[in-house]
Write a protein that binds this ligand. Structure first.
Ligand SMILES: [Zn+2]
Length: 444
């Protein structure tokens, strides 16, 4: 990057795109190097507050107003915290099949409805996909912790100005929640060790942007119009949005998909990112339309036309979605944004993902595309929550201040509550029955 471009980049930090800095969003080779911060960012804890699982975490929603959590979890703590929930509350933990390039085993937890069948889980929450988006893993774990504490204590939850009853907590728990708080363990570990604003995984053959590696229009050079203002992905391993050598080339994305395959009735999915104060709903490749089912990501006739917003001659394309699906997704996203906005009085909005910038290979679009591409699969609405706002470090605005970190815990807690309550109203799919046979079902 030339110095003039860099100065322009500094000047436009306030207008940053979610997950990407301006120079990155335009396809520039921006490699932020951390130097002295302009102001302190939330520190990363040294040691293990959860003592390998002997101590359970507890979020802000189940504690008195004014309680502070002023330090980030390190990657050891993220795992210990989940173990703490297993030990203190009896939730189940699982690991996923593929190890990362650095040998990490990925893990998640199962919370909810008292049934032990795979088809009893209807909600899937992930965080920690982009390494530098600090606070995401913490936010998700603290929210799950709050639900469990409130269930045990017979209380509701309070997230800033948003209050929820004990009955709300029970409704939310009854949805059956699968959560995976650290989708990019290698990247987060590296970012925490170096502070160099790292986004991707740590694949030694070329680090990959995991949120361009899912199987939704992954081959962007074929699927999208050329020369978009913001490229939907990159085939250059040096770029921050490098999409890998094929869809699902990376163990991390295969593991996210593995959960979607294993729990066949999942209906509602959120991938938690930062930042921009936005709640994004499908689709992400182009603007939505409800009239022409042939204009679909499944139709190669429209290759080379996607992603132009507004359409230009020769690039007329809008992605098909049914009216009920559009309404449901928009309703949920709007409720989430409203709750997040009220929690700490910061500005959140709901919008269709493509209006942020067109993208290929994201987790949320992949989730929602599954049942369109394969009618045998369950419909899984996919959302991306971009919590928070630019932090004080001019070299990495993804690192929040202590106060920003605090607000984001409250906001995401309220956002997840709104998400789960509204999703319950919209519907969780077919009635849940444990099949009469199957290895994961209890004998009765
Ligand atoms: Zn992100």
């Amino acid at each position: 990057m030339h110095i003039s471009q860099f100065l322009a980049f500094l000047g436009t930090l306030a207008a940053v795109n979610a997950c990407l800095l301006p120079g990155e969003a335009e396809g520039g080779h921006l490699h932020a190097k951390r130097r002295a911060s302009s102001a302190p960012t939330v520190p990363i804890h040294a040691g293990d507050r959860f003592e390998g699982g002997a101590v359970a975490p507890r979020g802000l929603g189940s504690q008195p107003a004014g309680t502070k959590i002023g330090v980030l979890m390190n990657t050891v703590e993220i795992k210990s915290a989940v173990r703490g929930l297993v030990r203190q509350f009896g939730i189940q933990m699982f690991t996923t099949p593929d190890k990362t390039s650095q040998g990490a085993t990925m893990f998640g937890g199962k919370v909810g409805n008292g049934l032990d069948c795979d088809d009893a889980y209807r909600v899937y929450l992930t965080a920690g996909v982009h390494a530098r988006e600090r606070g995401a893993s913490d936010n998700l774990i603290y929210f799950i912790s709050d639900l469990l504490w409130a269930q045990r204590l017979g209380t509701g939850l309070t997230y800033g100005n948003m209050k929820y009853t004990h009955d709300d907590v029970l409704i939310v728990l009854s949805t059956g929640i699968i959560f995976m708080p650290l989708v990019n363990p290698d990247g987060v570990k590296y970012d925490q060790a170096t502070g160099n604003c790292w986004r991707k995984n740590r694949n030694p053959s070329g680090a990959v942007d995991l949120n361009r590696n899912f199987d939704f229009l992954w081959d962007y050079e074929t699927a999208f119009a050329p020369n978009l203002d913001t490229p939907p992905a990159s085939s250059d391993p040096d770029e921050v949005i490098y999409h890998g050598t094929s869809a699902f080339s990376e163990p991390e994305t295969r593991n996210v998909k593995w959960v979607m395959d294993k729990y066949p009735k999942l209906r509602w999915y959120v991938d938690l990112h930062s930042y921009s104060g936005s709640v994004l709903y499908p689709w992400g490749d182009d603007t939505n339309q409800v009239s022409d089912p042939k204009q679909s990501f499944t139709n190669p006739d429209y290759d080379g036309k996607r992603g132009k917003i507004p359409d230009t001659s020769g690039h007329k394309y809008k992605e098909y979605i049914t009216k009920p699906d559009w309404d449901a997704a928009k309703n949920v996203a709007t409720k989430v944004a409203s709750g997040m906005k009220s929690a700490a009085k910061r500005k959140y909005d709901a919008r269709q993902s493509a209006y942020l910038y067109p993208s290929s290979g994201t987790s949320a679009d992949y989730a929602f595309s599954r049942s369109v591409a394969n009618g045998n699969l369950n419909k899984l609405y996919g959302f991306t929550i971009e919590f928070g706002f630019g932090g004080p470090d001019i070299y990495c605005s993804f690192y929040p201040s202590v106060d920003q970190f605090h607000d984001s815990i409250l906001e995401t807690g309220a956002g997840f509550m709104e998400f789960l309550l509204t999703a319950s109203q919209e519907g969780l799919g077919s009635s849940r029955e444990c099949p009469s046979e199957g290895p994961s079902c209890p004998a009765s």
